[in-house]
Design a protein around this ligand. Sequence first.
Ligand SMILES: [Zn+2]
Length: 411
Amino acid sequence: MSKNKTQLNLLNKTLNIARNSKFYKSKLQGFPLELKNILELQNFPFTTKKELRDCYPFGALAVPINDVVELHTSSGTTGKAALSFLTKEDLKNSSKAIAKAWKCFGITKSSRVQFMMSYGLFSGATLNTYAIQELGGFVVPAGIQSAEKQIQMMLDFKIDTIVGTVGYYFYLFDYIKEKQIPLEQFSLKCGIMAGEIYSDKVRSEIERKFKIKIFDHYGLCEVNTGIAYECEFRTGLHFLDNYVLPEIIDPENGKVLPVDNEGELVLTTLKKNALPLIRYRTGDITSIKSGRCPCGRSSIRINRIKRRVDDIIFIKGIKIDPYELKEYLLEIAGDNIFSDIKIRVGNSFENYSPEILVSLKNPSSTNLLSVIQKTLKEKTLLTFDVKHISRDYFQRGENNKVKFVEYVDKK
Ligand SMILES: [Zn+2]
C-alpha cells in the first residue's frame, strides 16, 4: 500500500475514534465522517492547548477509562494541564514508532543510555525509555540527580549515550572540568539534546567539549515524545509520518503553507486511541523541507525548531527573538560566562530597562558586562541592564531547565 493510502486509512480511523470523546463529538459535528484525500483535512478545525485544558480531565478521552493504562501531562504549564492518556495498544504503537528514531541514532541491544531528565508525569523520559527497551537497549533512568551522581553512573555503567537538555550539558561539562575528571574515562559516543531550542552553533560547542555526536529529537507530551528525529546527515528532522501527520500553517490566518515556508507546526495523531488529536497547534515554528535526504528515507522532514510562536518579545516596539539574543551573548562573552542566562522583561512595557543576568566565570571582569551591553545595543538598538549574578541564583527547574525569559512586574 502506498504511504499516502496508509496515512489516509489511519487518518480516517483516527477521525472515527476521536468522535467517541465528548470534546471531538461536538467539535467535529458537520464535518465529513470519511476523507477521500488527506488534503481534505485542511478544512477541519484546529485543536488548541487551551481547549484541551478546558476539557480537563476526561473531556477529550475517546476510550472507556478502564482501557487507559498510563497518563502523562505537559510540562511548564500553569493551571490545568493538557493531558495525554495511553491505552495498552497506544503504548505498544508509541514504543514501536519511537524505536525507529533511536535505531537511527545508532541504539542497539548493546547500547547503554542514561536519561538525565525527569520521569513521573513528563512523557519524554518514560516513553523514550520504553522505545529504547523495545530495541533491547539498557537504560539507566537517572532522572534528576546531582552532577556528581550522574557522572558516577556514567562511569560505573560505561554509558555510551546520554539524554538531557542543552543547559544541562553545559552544566555537566563545567562540573567535569572543575573536578578535573579526564574525558577519556567516559565511554560516551552520542548525546540526544531535546526539550529546549538550541542553535547548530551551540550544538557544535557541546560536541567539541564532550567529543561526542549530538542529535536533535522533537516531540511534545500531548502528541508524543520523540516523533521527529535527525539521521546521520542532520539535514532536518525526519517525521514518524505513519504515526503523526504534520502540517505547517500561517499562525496569523491558519492557512496551510507550502513546503519550505516557515510557519507553525500542526499535528494530527494517526495511532493514538485514548486521546487522538486533530490538527493540534504546537506553537513551534519550523518549515517542511523539500527534496530528499541523502540517507534515502522518504519521510517528511522539518527544519529544526527555531522558536515558538509566543516566544518573540516586543521591547519598546522592537521585536526580539530571545534565542537569537542568547546567541549574541554567548558569541560576545565566549567562555567567560556560564551558559545559564536569564532575560528579565517587565510586564508593563514602559519606563523600565530590560535586564540580562549572567554569571561571570571571573566575577572581577566586570568590564565584560559593559562590553556585552554595548555590543547588544549595536545589534538590537536596546539598552539592556547587564548584571552579574551568583551561579546559585539559577535554579534548575523541571528537566534541569533554567527559565530563560522571565516576566516581572516592574514599573
Ligand atoms: Zn536522513
